[in-house]
Design a protein. Sequence first.
Length: 474
Amino acid sequence: MALPELDNHDARIQYYELMLEGDITGMVEIPLPEGYFYAFYQDGDRDAWIEIEKSAKEFSSYEEGLDAWKRYYEAHESELYNRMVFVVNRLGEKVATATAFYDVRGIDQSGAGWLHWVAVKREEQGKGLSKPLISHVIQVMKQLGYSHGKVPTQTTTWLAVKVYLDLGFRPIEKNYIRCRDGWRIIKRLTNHPALSDLDAASDAEVLAWEKQPMTIDILTIFPEMFESVLNTSIIGRAREQGLITIEATDIRPFSGSKHKNTDDYPFGGGAGMLMMAQPIADCMKAVCEKRGVPCRDNTAANESPSPVKRIYLSPRGVPLTQKLAQELSKEEHLILLCGHYEGVDQRALDKYIDMEVSIGDYVLTGGELGAMVLSDCVARLIPGVLGSEESPQDESFSDAGLLEYPQYTRPREFEGMTVPEVLLNGDHAKIAAWRREQAIIATAQRRPDLLDSAKLNDKEKALADQYRTDNHDQ
Ligand code: ADE
């Protein structure tokens, strides 16, 4: 697949949130082309701002723009008179804008100035306005007393990212590590020398593929157990954003018995009760019908293939690993069956289950906790579910097969303990080397069994041997 011609704000590019920063004290102003001048925000400029942002594809409608305005600027309007800049053309029309601001979420405590909502109207793009505008707003930032600047941006606005890199902004370290694939896309599109230590993304990796949101159906006799898990935090947000559909369906109403029983005694005797096949089979068929997918019968010959993977959570299953989670995250539709009592009638499993998964070598009272664990670790791997700050690439059990290195945040000193010096000097190469070394040491000490499949060079193997403790309880 070759790359088509891509413009700024191109939705065909895989989306990653990127963040750059830089010392702005030495950044110089670049003059505007003839016929344009700058104006600060004045009362009533809100609609001009929305118009520009909309024209530059930041928003798809006026309402969306208004909503962003309310979130970012409405409560800070008095500050806009000397922070929001417009480029005005010969006809007096406002055609581009950018704002010298701060982090409105209050999360960034570094005291850096933030470059906000840089946009050039569609018909004025390609006329050399963006670089002068950005360089001008940086001068505004300096006048406001900032010496350091940050820019939140995205892979989809790659032309703007190139401008920031040209002006001297660099990826912020955490984002560079966590969002490596996003920066590899920028490398492929700009080949910027500031990204020389990265390998460029392939053309296929640059382009976003059309993906249906994943569906996870959970069949359980305790659907209420899932309420808080599915509505909270990252999974709740992903559901709201339509990135994933997760729904728990109660098996009990499908029971054909008078009292809606779902269990019975095992033939041949033995302790406890078993879940009956009939309510499970009927619940499975109903969920498939609701989703418009065939409910395959595994015991029938020549059954047509189905896009659904049906999983029974059980201590007898294959162990859930990060690798399995990665594979499952590529499925279109999972149906998870939660067992209870002493198990499930084997015939329900033989007919309607494609795979059994265990979340560990211990026995739970039911499959619900297993289904939650599986849904959580699969959902977070679906593109877009985690924001760039939470990206899953650099963690324990990722491709490198190593445990994660130790991490530190503010303050620099806590109860007499300091942060390792190497993390404070901003040398990305040294930091990356230290982290790799720490990941190898942690893996050798805690999970030496993982080292066999980790990709280590000879020097790293020697380091691992030095720290290996092969007395780990399996
Ligand atoms: N149900 C009971 N124990 C389980 C386990 N260890 N993993 C998955 N499902 C279970």
